[in-house]
Every structure is written in structure tokens, then in C-alpha cells.
Design a protein around this ligand. Sequence first.
Ligand SMILES: C[S@@+](CC[C@H](N)C(=O)[O-])C[C@H]1O[C@@H](n2cnc3c(N)ncnc32)[C@H](O)[C@@H]1O
Length: 335
Amino acid sequence: MSATISLGSKKHYPVLLKEIISIISPQNGGTYIDCTFGQGGYSKKILSYPNTKVYAFDRDDKASTFAYNIKKKYKERFYFKNKKFSQINKTDISNNNIDAIIFDLGLSYTQIFDSKSGISFKSKGKLNMKMGINEFSANEVVNLLEKKDLEKIFYKFGEEKLSRLIANKIIMQRSQRNLNTEDLVRIIENTKRYKKGTHKATKIFQSIRMFVNKEISELLFGLINSFKIIKPGGKIIIVTFHSIEDRIVKYFFKNFSEQNRNSRYFPDIQNNKKLFILKNKKPIYPSNSELKKNPSSRSAKLRYAEKINESDVFQDEFINKFKNLIDIENISKKL
Ligand SMILES: C[S@@+](CC[C@H](N)C(=O)[O-])C[C@H]1O[C@@H](n2cnc3c(N)ncnc32)[C@H](O)[C@@H]1O
């Protein structure tokens, strides 16, 4: 779940904001893309420095209201698009001189507290989990997919050890009536033992949300297309909240940063060509003072890299590496 909020106080805290500002140095102006606008925490801060320009994306049209308010103040320097970030290269900003592209994955304050979005296990009623611009909802996933597919989704995207048992119970109980959010939470609660810290339903809800929003291919193509449009010397910065996202980002930056790598996808002449300089080998975590103010930032990890060379031959290798996860997303073709 996102660390952009503090669930206790319901106050909005853009996660790792100070660290991001220090990485991009907007004091000197510059053009930035905020791929996950949310409530605009990053965009607002960047725009508070003169001579900056921000292009923001969010797939959730509820973000448009926050964007509208920022646009009123910064007419000439702020642009918002209600689009998915995987489409970042399919807009009129593609040829700009982009200094940094920032991703803050996860959920916004509004998504967590909107009971209709059905994203939180605290929601009520019909299963949903759509972040915006979706093809299907959690209702179809839970009530229509067959047992072995549910089990795969729970296991691969949620790393849930009791996937089979939970999938079994879903199949049995949905034969009587369509399952809603409360039914799903009850099934999970009755199956899993209490574990201190996280709610029992966290992993299963995360897995269904990732599936409904195709978060794996969004991330893969968000990174690939960011690389395509950012200028050499520009930085890609990404804050992740769970191990699957972090594994993908770490591979992308590390694998294409190694000097002496050998890859069957790179022609000989490019074998030693790096795409990035890795700026931090280890991830950056929220400081103690941020954790105190916003305890839900505890799972946030920031990684970033600087583009140094153009290349269009890394894409197949990157996608193939995570093909097993894309295959899980493709189960949705059955819906
Ligand atoms: C954690 S919030 C961002 C909060 C923001 N940094 C702030 O300070 O207000 C993540 C946002 O990213 C959006 N999002 C998630 N996946 C997306 C995608 N593939 N394309 C565009 N927006 C996406 C969500 O709708 C959500 O509003």
C-alpha cells in the first residue's frame, strides 16, 4: 500500500519528497514528468521553483480535480494528462528536453479512502479495485476466473502461501452467490492465522489489484518508454512499495548499467555500452523523521539512474526477464 499517506491522521505526505528534490535540483529550473500525479505533492513542490515545467500523468480521473487547482496557479508551466504512464511516449511531450521522470507507485490517499474503489480491504460492497482506464474489475476476477488461475494470481502477485486454499474457498462460496468485498475479506480472515503487523487480506488484495490494473506491464513499459524520451543526462527516479516492483526496477537499472555485460540482444558493437549510470547501488529509504510523521512510508524504496546512451535493443531482454509475470496478466484474456 502507498506510503504517501498517514492512515492515522489521514494527512497527505508525499513520500521521500526531500530526497527527490535533492536528486533533481529544480532550483535551476528544468522540465520534469510526474508519472503518478495523485494529489500533486511532487508536482506542486517542483513548480514552487521558478523556471520549472511539469508534465503530470495519472490514470485515475479523480486526480484531475487536484490538477485543475494547480493549473490555475501555474498556467504556463503545468500540464496534466489523464493517461497511463506506459503511454508516456505517445504524447506531444515526447520530444521535449526532459530532465527527470518520477514514479511514485502505489495508491493515492483518495483511492484508499474511496470505499467505492474497493481497493482497500476496508471497502464495502461490490469488488472493484480499478485505478482508472481499465478493461475489467475485481468483481469479474473473483467471480469468474477458474480456480487454478486465481491460485496463480494470488501466488505470483501476492506471494501468498495459502493461495490454493483461498482459491478453493472462493470457488465453493461463489457457487451460492456473487462474492463482494466483505465476503472476500471474510474468506481470507477465516483461512489465515493472525500475524502481527499486516492485515491478513493485504497480500490477496495486492495481487488482485495488480492483476486488475496490469501493474507489471505498466511498470515495464513505463520504464522502457521513459528511457526512450528522457534526454541523456536525465534521471529516472522510482519509488516502489513491494518486492515484485522493486525487483523489476533493480534489474532494469543494474542490468543495463553494467560495463562488461554480454547479452545476446546487444549487437557486438554495443556489448560494452551502458544505458545508465547507477546513482545509488542500494535503495534510499525514508528517514527516521519521515517514518515518525508517516509510518506507512516504511515499505518505500527509492532507486534512480542517469541515462547516458541511447539504445533501442534492450527492450526484448527486459520484457523476457519478466515474461512469467506477463503470462499471469494474460490470464485476463479469458475474461
Ligand atoms: C502513490 S500515488 C502518487 C502520490 C503523489 N506522488 C502525490 O504526492 O500526491 C500513485 C498515483 O499513481 C497513479 N497511477 C498508478 N499507476 C499508474 C499508471 N500506470 N499510469 C498513471 N498513473 C498511475 C494512481 O492512480 C495514484 O493516483
